[in-house]
Design a protein around this ligand. Sequence first.
Ligand code: FAD
Length: 296
Amino acid sequence: MVELEAAIVGAGPAGLAAALYLKRAGISFVLLDKMGPGGKLNNIHEIANMPGFLPISGLKLANELYASVKEAGVDFSYGEVVRISRGGRGFIVETDVETYSVYGVVVATGFVYEAVVKGEKELRGQGISYCATCDGPIYRGKETLVYGEGNRAEEEADYLSGICPKVYFVSKSRSLSLKKPNVVPVLDSEIVAFEKRDGLVVAHIKGPEGEREIGASACFPLYGERSALTFLSGLEVKEERGYLLVDERMKTSVDGLFAAGDIVKKGLRQVVTALSDGAVAATSLASYVRGKRKNG
Ligand SMILES: Cc1cc2nc3c(=O)[nH]c(=O)nc-3n(C[C@H](O)[C@H](O)[C@H](O)COP(=O)(O)OP(=O)(O)OC[C@H]3O[C@@H](n4cnc5c(N)ncnc54)[C@H](O)[C@@H]3O)c2cc1C
């Protein structure tokens, strides 16, 4: 078992920012990821909304972020975290290659999308997207479709309704709180397949009145969103639909456990907010660790 002061789980933008701040605060820690550093950025064609950068390829931004962290003296370690439990110095962090005993942890594991509709996976990046705030402007002036339910889906539809003439809101739910003249509800319905036809993504929909097709320039299917949190099941940490609840210092309901980035319950999931969360979480964790040092 390796004894350190802290662990960061996830080396996406949030984890990388946390690593930079922890390093500069003089804390000993490990930065873990089950893939490479950069997180989701590695698979995104172009990142917009990133102050200081013109639109930039996700891979390039991931490299830039990692370079600045490396320059500060941080190395990333491969490891899939399979469990975090109480014990040792405070927490035992188990990965598929090593076990760490640490005072505190920053969880920055984001969330993932599983393709749940036939054809969804094949059309990713060709009209299927999961982030209206990010990709919506590409479809300005075009008809779009959101498939989901609840706050998150309604927020995506609301955003699109400001830039698209018509937004279809297809949902398994029977209600929609969002009332906008250009948001067309298609409720109590399920999308069974997507296909690309004549430059549009065509959604095959089963609803109370039988089957129908809707074509849109872009579809945002959100039913496959899953938070990457299974390894925390041993701790009684407060969450909502997989998103961790944190206070203004990015502290979760468990002492010594902080969270940052897309895994946190919040209104805007972007690179800038992930970076900010990481900085705040690391600063809070550094202060927590200093308290532990003092008290032995
Ligand atoms: C299609 C798309 C386009 C986007 N476009 C933009 C854009 O233009 N502008 C913008 O600002 N934002 C954009 N975003 C959002 C942005 O990518 C995210 O907000 C950001 O990546 C969140 O960073 P994060 O560090 O919280 O999580 P992630 O980037 O998801 O990183 C999480 C990391 O945790 C690791 N991990 C997960 N589980 C484990 C485990 N058990 N053990 C070890 N490691 C683990 C993963 O491998 C991953 O590397 C886009 C998102 C999508 C999906």
